[in-house]
Design a protein. Structure first.
Length: 503
């Protein structure tokens, strides 16, 4: 079989030990190196990979500012050790240029060739677009003009693109076209950090490596599914972006739909990236599309007003810096979804995401149907619930029913709990650590494919259009900071005789 340059050579010494491709030496070039993402996430992630011995030898990082050590010490998940930092810093190189400066890209190409010779990076290039979306086209065109999207025999070039990947279906298609003009789909890695979280990755193992769940994972046994992404933080310094995005575009279109795909997908034929992503796309295509009138019934949008978080008073969204005093931007969304296929027919999926909620947590809960009441002559009020905690307390719990010790026959719910930290004795790596390593390995499993992104926007766009309609637009509800959102979100489930799970 012929092997393309973008496919890493298998290591015969690792045969039978791991199916994961081996990360390869490369030059990592970051565009947007002075930004918050680089300092808070990317630099600490690369340092932690080096500290854990996961970063392959011969990796160099190009494009950073010079003042990195302070931010790494502040945001790293483990203490920064001087000897490791000093060795890591020897692989960091600074390249100054403007995104639109063609000559700067030619200088970059020459610099990378020099680093290939001095550090053994083998002509492999990983370009990370941590800049704003408005800069993507300029960067991609100049990379192509400088020949940096081309590879010599045995080497590869890949590009990682940060969200937001478009702001609607039309812009996503246009951005996909721009990317394809410079890099092939196999070279393109659209990053969603939620998929790098350990518990999100473990959903596939939980479902497909444990035979006890497979017969129950369908409409016959599951009553409904809930997905919650709550945070106590407000909009902070992101108002410039958030005012044009809102919670639906910022969180539902990518993060929550990605989690839903992992929960709802069919078993893939194998664990290759495209086999898994094929099944995820089928889920998004199967999401029931609402009419304009049904959107108001099945989607609730809200905006936080002044209130208190952990006893501290906080401003309302419209009083935040750089926010329009009459803003209609939603900071909370709750949805009632259906997946139109055989496995999930008539099983509602409830999603909610919001800012300034009482607790920061992301979890998926699978609620199983009630057992018949005839055996114990009582209606068991609590369902069996499987909870997958994505953050912050990563783990899985299962709520079952048990008899309370004593002479009476009293039944109460109890939990069987699994925590990553206590079970494996070590903290989970940050999401960006896993995703950067996967990109160096050529494993695109946890990255979104073009058709997946476009299908998600095709689902989201009609909701946005209804909200911005000049006539009969669904209402924007308000909720005080520190509450669990507007009452309309509670009513969304109450109409089905259900309630949100307490986090």
């Amino acid at each position: 079989m012929n092997r393309t340059a973008d496919q890493p050579e298998p290591n015969p010494l690792r045969e039978g030990l791991s199916a994961r491709p081996v990360p390869q030496p490369c030059s990592i070039v970051i565009f947007g190196a002075t930004g918050d993402l680089t300092h808070r996430k990317l630099v600490p992630a690369l340092y932690n990979l080096a500290a854990d011995g996961e970063l392959p030898p011969g990796v160099v990082i190009v494009g950073f500012r010079r003042d990195l050590e302070e931010s790494t010490r502040k945001f790293s998940r483990q203490p920064v050790r001087d000897e490791i930092w000093n060795a890591f810093a020897q692989s960091v190189f600074y390249h100054q240029s403007e995104f639109g400066d063609e000559a700067g890209y030619k200088r970059l190409a020459k610099r990378l060739e020099e680093l290939d010779k001095s550090h053994g990076t083998r002509g492999n290039r990983l370009f990370y677009l941590a800049a704003g979306p408005d800069q993507f086209e300029s960067i991609l065109k100049n990379l192509k003009a400088a020949g940096l999207n081309q590879t010599c025999k045995g080497s590869w070039a890949r590009v990682i693109i940060e969200k937001p990947f478009g702001s609607d279906l039309a812009s996503a298609r246009e951005l996909n076209r721009v990317v394809r003009n410079s890099f092939t789909e196999e070279q393109t890695y659209r990053i969603d950090h939620f998929l790098g979280k350990e518990t999100a990755q473990n959903i596939l193992v939980l479902r497909f490596a444990n035979a006890i769940f497979s017969p129950l994972w369908n409409t016959h046994y599951i009553d409904h599914v809930q997905i919650t992404a709550a945070e106590t933080l407000g909009v902070g310094t992101r108002a410039g972006y958030y005012e044009t995005a809102g919670a639906l575009r910022d969180m539902v279109q990518n993060h929550l739909i990605q989690l839903l795909c992992l929960v709802a997908m069919e078993p893939p034929t194998d664990l290759s990236a495209d086999s898994i992503r094929d099944e995820k796309v089928k889920v998004v295509r199967s999401l029931h599309r609402w009419s304009r009138s049904q959107i108001a019934t099945n989607v609730v949008r809200g905006q936080y007003t002044k209130g208190a978080i952990h006893g501290e008073p906080v401003l309302g969204y419209r009083q935040e810096q750089n926010v329009n005093p009459d803003s209609q931007t939603e900071t909370f969304v709750a949805l009632r979804l259906f997946i139109d296929n055989w496995r999930w027919a008539d099983v509602p999926v409830y999603m909610r995401v919001g800012k300034r909620l009482p607790k920061s947590a992301t979890e998926i809960s699978v609620h199983f149907k009630k057992a018949p009441a005839v055996l114990f002559n009582k209606d068991l009020r609590d369902l069996n619930v499987l909870v997958i905690r994505i953050q912050p307390d990563e783990g899985i719990s299962l709520r079952i029913h048990a008899k309370v010790p004593g002479t009476s026959f009293r039944i109460e719910p109890v939990k069987m709990d699994f925590h990553y930290g206590t079970s494996f004795g070590k903290p989970s790596p940050e999401a960006y650590e896993r995703l950067l390593l996967d990109a160096m390995s050529g494993d695109a499993t946890l990255f979104a494919r073009a058709d997946e992104v476009e299908q998600a926007w095709a689902f989201i766009d009609p909701i946005e259009e209804a909200w911005h309609a000049k006539k009969d637009a669904p209402e924007l509800y308000f909720y005080p900071a520190g509450s669990w959102g507007p009452e309309a979100a509670e009513d969304l489930l109450a109409r089905d005789d259900r309630a949100w799970r307490r986090l």
